[in-house]
Design a protein around this ligand. Structure first.
Ligand code: OAD
Length: 246
């Protein structure tokens, strides 16, 4: 079976690079983006230029962020996160590259410096000008006290969750680190991503071109399935659960 084959590949690999997407967090109660009920099936994403251009869009963006806070705040790592954390502790996984913004890899016990976030993190905010960090609790207080308007930084800059919006530049250091890790791995594990968003989707391809084996674990088919060495179209928690070590 595919799962037995995966076990064998993991046992034989020396440097495994997990590359995760929203599908690893759905069992934690966080919807993904493109499945039925996904975030982008409910709301159109707010592109970065629109966030910059209008106070209304900034307010809307913060309204949405606070609305999902109930789900995000309570979310705990799932079986996929725990399995990857176990492989990390065993020394086979040097770091995790993620498109996720939910902080759950860190919560599962992977050291923050070994979670390479390509799309940032939504559990805190940054000033777009001076990069001062803000906590969401404080922003919510200001938002409510100010008639549901997003506060600005003391420097006058706009404050935004520390995530990468469409049209916003990718974090250079994370991109470089992801590239280095991709080129050094012998097994690249794409987990829970539709692999449609670029440049992130370039990493599985880069891994394959550099001679690594490519495994895709995802419920729905992806465009990279045909170049993968193994495709596992099952529930991530079920597939990775057996790799959890307490
Ligand atoms: P998507 O929503 O595009 O894809 C998630 C994939 O996970 C889908 O193909 C599902 O089939 C699969 N999936 C969901 N739950 C699963 C489960 N329990 N077991 C197995 N598979 C499951 O999410 P991403 O690929 O992460 O970027 O999206 C990429 C980027 O698009 C995100 O980082 C975000 C979004 O716009 C930004 O916001 C910049």
């Amino acid at each position: 079976t595919a799962v037995a084959e995966l076990s064998e590949m993991i046992a034989e690999a020396e440097a495994i690079l997990p590359f995760t997407g929203a599908g690893i967090s759905t069992e934690c109660g966080i919807p993904d983006f493109r499945s039925p009920g996904g975030l982008w099936t409910k709301n159109r994403p707010i592109p970065f230029d629109e966030f910059l251009a209008s106070q209304d869009m900034r307010d809307e963006s913060w309204r949405r962020r606070f609305a999902i806070d109930a789900t995000f705040g309570a979310a705990r790592p799932g079986r996929g996160h725990s399995a990857l954390a176990s492989l990390y502790r065993s020394g086979k996984v040097p770091a995790v590259v993620t498109q996720n913004i939910d902080n759950l890899h860190q919560a599962s016990g992977i050291a923050p410096q070994d979670v390479v976030e390509l799309h940032g993190n939504t559990t805190y905010a940054l000033c777009l000008e001076c990069e001062r960090r803000y906590e969401l609790e404080w922003i919510k207080e200001q938002f409510d006290a100010n008639g549901q308007h997003a506060p600005d930084c003391t420097c006058g800059g706009f404050i935004k969750t520390a995530t990468v919006s469409f049209g916003q530049s990718m974090p250079a250091a994370a991109m470089q680190r992801a590239e280095d890790l991709t080129k050094r791995c012998d097994l690249f594990l794409a987990v829970g991503s539709s692999l449609v968003v670029w440049p992130a989707a370039g990493f599985p391809l880069m891994a394959k071109r550099n001679g690594a084996s490519l495994v895709i674990i995802n419920r729905d088919p992806t465009e990279f399935d045909e170049i993968a060495d193994l495709v596992v179209r099952h529930d991530i928690g079920d597939v990775l659960g057996p790799f959890i070590q307490h």
